[in-house]
Design a protein around this ligand. Structure first.
Ligand SMILES: [Zn+2]
Length: 280
């Protein structure tokens, strides 16, 4: 099984998965069609696929099946080597995770603006590791939506209560935003966030101290943004590097953004991995 070239990110969700390669003429590339067995009953979960899908059947562009069919086949993710952390605060601040392992990380922010309904099923079926930096009011109002992505393998982390810029604010004000959101997210999802992303990426040394005091081990910026299906690089080489953190948002085009991120990671010869496996 481990030698199967079509093997994908199987460590994320313990599910029996059968991978069937089919040549897809679109783009002249070979894609993997994936059949999962034993899915939980997510909303809008598709009916179990037949045991012998027709190799010529092509999903309708824009459908969930189509998005899944477009996901590249990745090299097997290496066993994660967590980054050593100091025993005390403040929290670490990183643009990208300091690792040479051939992995990159997908992060999705906010949660209040838009929540495309098929994201949980896409994450589940394509085994996409995602970290969600949520504002706590959005998490409270749409708890089930984000819980379904958690069931699919995603992890909820902290992005403040009100999405205000923290830089220059007092310790008490910053701690209120960070600890307040952490308390709410812990109550909603049963796990206290261990990672924090400041709104707009704006932070100062007080932010790192307050984040640590609220339970965060690391504070993350990003190295690429993805919007409406386009990856924007912050380095001139326009390639995803090992440890890079890709930022997208809960916006209407999130399905396209996820697919674009996966393709960019694949072009770089990397495999998507879960940030929490590297920061423990
Ligand atoms: Zn944000």
């Amino acid at each position: 099984m481990s030698a199967t070239p079509a093997r994908r990110i199987l460590a994320v969700v313990p599910v029996l998965a059968l991978l069937v390669l089919s040549a897809c003429t679109a783009g002249g590339t070979v894609h993997a069609r994936q059949i999962t067995v034993g899915q939980p009953a997510l909303s809008a979960a598709p009916a179990a696929p037949s045991a012998s899908p027709s190799p010529t059947a092509k999903p309708t562009p824009g459908s969930l099946d189509w998005y899944v069919s477009q996901v590249p086949t990745f090299p097997e993710a290496p066993p994660p080597q967590p980054v050593p952390l100091p025993a005390t605060g403040p929290a670490q601040f990183w643009h990208r995770l300091p690792t040479d392992q051939k992995v990159a990380f997908i992060t999705i922010d906010d949660g209040g603006l838009a929540r495309p309904p098929e994201v949980a099923d896409f994450v589940w079926r394509a085994h996409i590791p995602v970290t969600m930096f949520l504002n706590s009011p959005a998490a409270e109002e749409h708890t089930d939506y984000f819980r379904q992505i958690m069931v699919a393998g995603g992890v909820v982390e902290n992005h403040t209560i009100t999405h205000t810029s923290l830089a220059g604010r007092s310790y008490d004000r910053q701690k209120h935003e960070i600890c307040g959101a952490a308390d709410k997210l812990q109550a909603l999802y049963g796990k206290r966030p261990t990672l924090f992303r400041p709104p707009f990426g704006e932070h100062d040394s007080t932010t790192l101290t307050a984040a640590y005091d609220c339970g965060a081990k690391a504070v993350f910026h990003w190295t690429e943004t993805v919007h409406e299906g386009k990856v924007r690089y912050q380095t001139p080489e326009k390639v995803v590097h090992p440890g890079d953190v890709l930022l997208m948002h809960f916006r209407p085009a999130l399905m396209d953004d996820l697919l674009a991120a996966l393709k960019a990671i694949h072009r770089a010869g990397l495999t998507p991995a879960l940030l929490e496996d590297y920061v423990r």
